[in-house]
Ligand binder design. Structure first.
Ligand SMILES: Nc1ncnc2c1ncn2[C@@H]1O[C@H](COP(=O)(O)OP(=O)(O)OP(=O)(O)O)[C@@H](O)[C@H]1O
Length: 424
């Protein structure tokens, strides 16, 4: 396990695996059909010529800037490839082809890209709360509460489950880590960067995808089985997710928890987890919830990939149950705007829009946008920016709640549906 120490950078071997990187042979014209292509001058004016004061992060691809596109007051994140980056045009194409076709509330949205001269730039929705890593490793300054940490983990599990099973082919992220778990203004997690991702077998295939591949990823999070055999499976993401769980509960760095846990091999995860749990979480975690959390983390970290649960199992049977155990608030009569009240299940699991937003999205419930009618409801087609992100086409059901009975049924439907999303 010595390899797990000392590094936290993302690495790629020099030989690469050019032949198998997802869709890297796509010509540029195809990616420009998939997603908006910006000119370099648009990128320069959005970032005041890539001004240092607008830099919000730096990674193996290059610097990340906060910028504003022309005529827009919504910020975007602009990632400019550095000259000596291990990534290049094929990685950018990989990112564009995948992110412009995949859509999930817990996956980062790509706004566009720029290829001009030697410049390669990617543009994403801006995540105003940075990465979860930023919040875990800054001492006791505004530490994230336990429930928020859990909700973030659940969101990541959902995104991974979607990548593994939601498209025609399994997509293995290969670089799951807390730096790439970004948080929007509502603390909703977004898994970012598919730059290293690999395509596996048809996602309907019952057997585990095994892809021969040069070892790539981030030390501290790397699946030891993949590291030793160069055989990649979606269970490598499950291992990295297990390290994320340990990091989230301990607020210690990945290479530390990974190294210590596997070094103290005779130690059970339960006693190790008890030892390292973040001081501010002590006594705040319900014992059943803790048991479930430790159990799922332990299974994600099993040395043999095929013994680890798949992300569907992690999401559904473990984290879903854990969430419901840990966040079991009754439906409150208070509105979300009232201060100092415990959030309701609805408020925790589901976004509450203002009536103004909904009116704007349907042009004030314009008749022309009606797509269906039922006994007590009318359905409109609308267009909405969710979480300050890009536009989404939505179906909006306007219900007539003209009696207390109708209102209670309406609340019950939301409460059930937002929990079923987690359970199904
Ligand atoms: N969409 C975004 N919105 C806000 N901040 C972002 C966004 N994307 C990246 N950042 C910031 O920039 C940092 C670096 O991002 P990047 O995607 O390069 O991650 P990385 O960990 O360096 O990845 P790699 O493994 O590719 O080196 C992030 O940790 C985050 O703080």
């Amino acid at each position: 396990m010595g390899f797990l120490y000392g590094f936290s950078c993302c690495f790629q071997s020099s030989s690469g695996d050019r032949g198998t990187r997802i869709l890297e042979e796509q010509p540029s014209s195809i990616i420009s059909q998939l997603c908006r292509q910006f000119s370099l001058s648009e990128m320069q004016s959005a970032t005041n010529n890539f001004h240092n004061s607008l830099k919000v992060g730096e990674g193996s691809f290059g610097n990340v800037y906060k910028g504003y596109l022309e005529n827009s007051s919504t910020p975007v994140a602009i990632k400019r490839c550095k000259k000596d980056s291990v990534f290049g045009l094929s990685s950018l194409k990989n990112e564009v082809v995948l992110l412009s076709q995949l859509q999930h509330p817990n996956l980062i949205s790509l706004v566009g890209f720029c290829i001009e001269g030697t410049e390669l730039v990617l543009v994403y929705d801006y995540m105003s709360n940075g990465s979860i890593r930023d919040h875990l490793h800054r001492g006791n300054i505004d530490p994230l509460p336990w429930k928020r940490r859990l909700q973030i983990c659940i969101g990541v599990a959902r995104a991974l489950h979607y990548l593994h099973t939601g498209a025609k082919y399994t997509i293995i992220h290969r670089n799951i880590k807390t730096r790439l778990i970004l948080l929007d203004s509502n603390w909703e997690p977004k898994v970012s960067s598919l730059l290293l991702s690999k395509r596996g077998a048809l996602s309907t295939s019952k057997s585990l995808t095994r892809v021969k591949s040069d070892v790539k990823g981030t030390l501290g999070y790397l699946d030891p089985e993949y590291y030793n055999t160069s055989m990649l499976t979606e269970k490598s993401d499950v291992f990295s997710f297990g390290i994320v769980l340990l990091e989230v509960v301990s607020a210690k760095r990945a290479k530390e928890v990974n190294g210590e846990y596997f070094q103290g091999f005779n130690q059970s995860l339960r006693s190790y987890a008890n030892e390292i749990v973040d001081a501010i979480l002590k006594s705040k975690i319900d014992s059943d919830c803790w048991k479930t959390f430790v159990d799922i983390t332990k299974r994600c970290l099993l040395l043999e990939g095929r013994e680890r649960p798949d992300m569907g199992e992690v999401e559904v049977s473990q984290i879903g149950i854990m969430l419901l155990k840990c966040i079991s608030f009754p439906v409150s009569k208070k509105t979300s705007s009232s201060k100092n009240h415990s959030p309701t299940v609805i408020e925790l699991l589901c976004h509450q829009f203002s009536l103004e937003d909904l009116k704007r999205s349907t042009n004030n419930f314009n008749q022309k946008l009606i797509v269906g009618k039922g006994g007590f409801s009318t359905v409109y087609k609308g267009c909405l920016k969710h979480n300050g992100g890009s536009d989404h086409t939505i179906a909006l059901k306007l219900k007539c709640c003209n009696s207390n009975q109708h209102f209670l049924e309406f609340m019950k439907e939301i409460e059930l549906l937002c929990q079923l999303i987690i359970l199904i």
